[in-house]
Write a protein that binds this ligand. Structure first.
Ligand code: OFO
Length: 163
């Protein structure tokens, strides 16, 4: 149903999505330690989304008759200087994930693997949103600064993220 090349790339992408969840939970750990529970919550919700992305690909592959196995997940980034650190790292990471999705999509198109190409279009749109969200978070923190009442209120806003 789908090409072996794309199946292999998608299995690697599952690993990247799970790695994203792991990275974002580490961000949540950092924010908890900084008494910013709203920021921690935002990234905990994001980690859940990444898990769903991984499972969406896993399900697609299983439906296509592929065998899926996992490999080890990479390490996380630690030791942030301030609350902006994870946000910048998050944007960089999403740009990396977008590039990876685009690469698989382009390969699927070149191999005429239309089923995979069609499946990947959801992820292309999703990556657009993820990059926008990551940039918005940076913009908001830049606007309010790294301390005081405004930061407290931004933390409250981030605590309201539902999905
Ligand atoms: Fe799965 O979108 Fe972020 O990484």
């Amino acid at each position: 149903m789908i090409t072996k090349e794309i199946a292999k790339m998608l299995i690697e992408q599952i690993n990247l999505e799970l790695h994203s969840a792991y990275i974002y939970l580490e961000f949540a750990n950092y924010y908890e330690s900084q008494n910013l529970p709203g920021f921690a919550h935002w990234y905990k919700v994001q980690a859940g989304e990444e898990y769903e992305h991984a499972d969406r690909i896993r399900h697609f592959l299983i439906e296509a008759g592929e065998t899926v196995t996992f490999s080890p997940i990479g390490d996380t980034v630690k030791g942030f200087k301030d609350a902006m650190g994870p946000l910048k790292e998050g944007l960089k990471h999403e740009q990396f994930i977008t590039a990876s999705i685009n690469k698989i999509y382009e390969k699927a198109v070149s191999l005429k693997d239309h089923l995979s190409a069609n499946f990947l279009q959801w992820f292309i749109k999703e990556q657009g949103e993820e990059e926008t969200n990551a940039q918005n978070n940076i913009d908001k923190l830049e606007m309010v600064g790294l301390g005081g009442t405004a930061l407290y209120l931004l933390d409250k806003e981030f605590a309201r993220r539902e999905d």
